[in-house]
Every structure is written in structure tokens, then in C-alpha cells.
Design a binder for this molecule. Structure first.
Ligand SMILES: Nc1ncnc2c1ncn2[C@@H]1O[C@H](COP(=O)(O)OP(=O)(O)OP(=O)(O)O)[C@@H](O)[C@H]1O
Length: 326
């Protein structure tokens, strides 16, 4: 059984207007998202800004109310508050945010920032608590003198370490990391990603790793879902997504990864322009029409893609001709 199963999750925000301030429409921030995360794995959720990644995360952790769908943890639906309490869900699932400066209380010393979840979920005496905080600082590679400092006295990378120390304090099963390295310089990104991996091995944690950047996700995730406009349009293993991307939106995200090798830069630029042209055309044909919802079609045991009916049929025929059993 998976650690957590998200089924048909929807979060719609009502838009009110007119004289009576009635609901006139909905923002479909998340519109029927389904995926599972296995124990100990890092699952990637990737999409551009506004695609619904953060709202998905907030609905999973319980900061946003789901309009429809379920989040199953240990066989129970934790979109319901009473199940969250019974299962210690709020302790088992923690979150790390992109903006460590605003997510860490600026008025609290690091000792209190890291001790907060311990105070909420474990009632330790002062000495035990301090010992645990010191151990956590050590795990994320910070010295004991950090205890008495405030968040603004640290660099972005160090603050992200503090965020991780706080998130792992209660030995969670899942950490939702929402763009954890997007605000950091490239060299610091690599450090933070490496120690997130180290902590994963040490504590056996699963991550839901959210990013707009397929380049970052490549080094972290075994399975990846690509999201746009509140929907998942392609799901697969790292190999499926990087070596055989099928949805035009996935190809577009791949083409957006900066090319660092000078010899390939010009080729990459041409490829990117080509993809952008195809995307604009397909956008007009398939994706701009409201209410168009394409189901995910299984193209291999690990790989699914949202295809318009014509393309899905074409694909199925090709598979039949080749005798492929998907
Ligand atoms: N409280 C809200 N009320 C109305 N619309 C909202 C609300 N929160 C988010 N949205 C809208 O839902 C959509 C998805 O937003 P979300 O923040 O989940 O996207 P995202 O992929 O995480 O992007 P980013 O990385 O920029 O945060 C956006 O169009 C956003 O404007």
C-alpha cells in the first residue's frame, strides 16, 4: 500500500460578483488530481507558476479545504478533520516552503522556531527539548550558537536548513517541499538538495517535491507528475519523462531547462523555439477551449499522458499494430 493516495482532488475557489454578490464562476485551481506516494520515495510535482501545485500541497496538508476528492492516509480520508487527529496526520506530514524568511517567524529565536513542533506534539522537559534541538541543528550542519540567533541573521541556504530541521523534528513520514530551492543560488541549491537526500536516508522520509523546474527535479525524483491548469497531463518515471516526453507541455518544460554546455546552446535554443511554436499551435487547437478535459491514457505500465480523443485513438491504433500491450 502507498504511504499516501490522492484521488480526484479538486480545489475550486468561488468568484463572486453582481448585485447579490452571488457565486458567478469558480477558479479551478486544482481540478481532479490523482497520484500516490510510496514510503521512502521522492515524488515530483512539476508545473509552471499558477498550475495549481501549491494549492494541491495545501489541500493535502489540510491548509485548504478540498472541494472534492480524497487524500487517503493509512486507509482513511484525511480531508476530514477527525481522521487527521486520530491518525496523528498533522505530526506525520510536514511542509517546507520556498520563502524561508517569511515562513520562519522573524521574532523567534532559532531554538524556539525548531522547538515549536516538539512543543505541539511531544511534551518534553526543557533539557530534553534543548538536546533534541541541538541534535537537529547538528543533523542540518549548523553550530550550537545558532540557537540564540534570529532567522534574518542567516543566509538563504542556512534558513532552508533550519526549515528542514523544524520539519523533521517530529520524525514525519512525509515532507511536502514546495519549491524548496527556487530562491537559492545554483551552488547553494545543490548543497540543500544533497542534504535533503541525506536526511531522507537517515529518517526514511518520503518527499512530495514541488518545482517549476524539471532540471532540479531530475536529481531528486523517481516518479514525476506534470501539472498544468489544475490537471496532471503526464505521469511517469524519471526515464519516461526525460527520455520519452509525450505531452507538449512536458516538452515545453524540458526545453526551458537552461543549457549549460556551450557546444549545445545554439541547438538547444533552436529546439526551444520549435517547441514553443508547436505549443502555441496545439494550445489553440486543443487546450484553449474551456471545459476540455482529456483523460490520462496509459502508454506503458509506468507512463500516462493526457491526450485529446483523436490522438489517443491514433496512439491506441499504433500500439495495436505494433502488438504492444500497454
Ligand atoms: N485563495 C485563492 N482564491 C482564488 N484563486 C486562487 C487562490 N489561491 C490560488 N488561486 C489561483 O489558483 C491557481 C493555482 O495557484 P497555485 O498557487 O496553486 O499555483 P502554483 O502552481 O503553486 O504557482 P506558484 O508556484 O506561482 O505558487 C492560480 O490561478 C491562482 O491565482
Amino acid at each position: 500500500m502507498s504511504l499516501i493516495e490522492i484521488n480526484g482532488l479538486k480545489v475550486h475557489y468561488p468568484i463572486r460578483g453582481g448585485f447579490w454578490n452571488r457565486v458567478v464562476d469558480n477558479v479551478k485551481a486544482v481540478d481532479g488530481v490523482t497520484f500516490d506516494i510510496e514510503a521512502g520515495e521522492t515524488y515530483g510535482l512539476v508545473g509552471e507558476s499558477g498550475s495549481g501545485k501549491s494549492t494541491t500541497a495545501k489541500a493535502i496538508i489540510g491548509l485548504e479545504k478540498a472541494t472534492a476528492g480524497t487524500v487517503m492516509y493509512k486507509g482513511k480520508d484525511v480531508t476530514k478533520g477527525e481522521n487527521r487527529r486520530k491518525l496523528d496526520y498533522n505530526r506525520d506530514v510536514q511542509m517546507i516552503f520556498q520563502d524561508s524568511l517569511s515562513s520562519l517567524n522573524p521574532r523567534k529565536r532559532i531554538e524556539d522556531v525548531i522547538a515549536e513542533p516538539l512543543r505541539n506534539f511531544e511534551h518534553l522537559d526543557k533539557e530534553e527539548e534543548k538536546l533534541r534541538v541541538l541534535q537537529l541543528l547538528d543533523i542540518v550542519g549548523l553550530d550550537a550558537d545558532a540557537l540564540y540567533k534570529y532567522p534574518h541573521q542567516f543566509s538563504g541556504g542556512q534558513r532552508q536548513r533550519i526549515g528542514v530541521a523544524r520539519a523533521v523534528a517530529t520524525h514525519p513520514k512525509l515532507i511536502i517541499a514546495d519549491e524548496p530551492v527556487s530562491a537559492l543560488d545554483l551552488s547553494v541549491q545543490a548543497q540543500v538538495l544533497n542534504f535533503m537526500k541525506k536526511i531522507q536516508r537517515q529518517f526514511g522520509i518520503s518527499y512530495l517535491f514541488i518545482s517549476h523546474d524539471l532540471g532540479v527535479v531530475r536529481h531528486m525524483c523517481k516518479n514525476i507528475a506534470i501539472m498544468t491548469r489544475g490537471r496532471i497531463v503526464e505521469v511517469g518515471t524519471r526515464d519516461d519523462i526525460y527520455n520519452n516526453p509525450m505531452h507538449i507541455y512536458t516538452k515545453r518544460l524540458l526545453a526551458a531547462i537552461p543549457e549549460t554546455n556551450v557546444n549545445h546552446r545554439e541547438e538547444h535554443r533552436k529546439h526551444r523555439l520549435e517547441i514553443e511554436k508547436i505549443y502555441q499551435e496545439q494550445q489553440k487547437t486543443y487546450y484553449d477551449q474551456d471545459g476540455m478535459a482529456f483523460p490520462l491514457v496509459k502508454v506503458s505500465p509506468t507512463h500516462s499522458v493526457a491526450l485529446p480523443p483523436e490522438l489517443a485513438k491514433e496512439f491506441e491504433q499504433q500500439s495495436e499494430n505494433k502488438g504492444v500491450n500497454v
